[in-house]
Design a protein around this ligand. Structure first.
Ligand code: MG
Length: 196
């Protein structure tokens, strides 16, 4: 049987990045932000940061010990393992290339690297333009994209690649392409994969 390829986003789809980024921020600034406070994608505005300050916060977080401790979303490993005989799962992330070392560290910490047959970054590489996620999906021949960012999913769906939107507090009211289905957890993803 020929295995079909499925693209899986990393941040907030496979691991709880925002939860830990806020933990990092709260510790530093003695604040009490929770994921529920993030009601839109303008995280910088919600925290009262400029775009530059937000980028600096992200870089500091990636370099911190807390980053490698980001927990996985519940059921992610179990679901991927259950369907790995049927499908190849590949990470597709918008993190820049230079960040891949941190991502790999987090995967290793959870013994999760072997769940994925490849890791793709859409980020800049020397002399290479930044690719869009839908471009990676097409180039790699994914039959499905699992992500928490509706814009990536809607664009991939326009190219004929259906998607699953992992629900987060900040994507709750986003309009979705008809071929993008909302899921609430990895158990829901499992139900979808069963019928694929
Ligand atoms: Mg994400």
């Amino acid at each position: 049987m020929n295995k079909k390829k499925i693209g899986v986003d990393f941040d907030d789809t496979f691991v709880k990045t925002t939860k830990y980024l806020l933990k990092f921020y709260n510790k530093k600034h003695k604040t009490k932000y929770k994921q529920g406070h993030m009601y839109s994608y303008a995280f910088d505005e919600i925290l009262g940061l400029s775009r530059v300050e937000w980028r600096e916060l992200e870089t500091e977080f990636y370099n911190s010990d807390l980053h490698s401790q980001i927990p996985l979303r519940a059921g992610a490993v179990e679901t991927l393992r259950a369907y790995s005989k049927k499908h190849d799962f590949e990470i597709v992330t918008a993190r820049p290339k230079e960040n891949m070392v941190f991502l790999e560290k987090t995967l290793e910490k959870h013994n999760a690297r072997n769940l994925f047959t490849a890791v793709h970054s859409t980020g800049h590489m020397q002399n290479m333009h930044k690719r869009q996620k839908w471009e990676v999906c097409l180039e790699e021949g994914f039959i499905l994209l699992i992500d928490d960012y509706p814009v990536h999913l809607n664009k991939a769906a326009e190219q004929g690649i259906p998607g699953l939107l992992m629900t987060t507090p900040w994507n709750k009211s986003f309009p979705l392409h008809k071929d993008v289905s909302r899921v609430h957890n990895w158990k829901d993803v499992g139900h979808f994969l069963k019928d694929l």
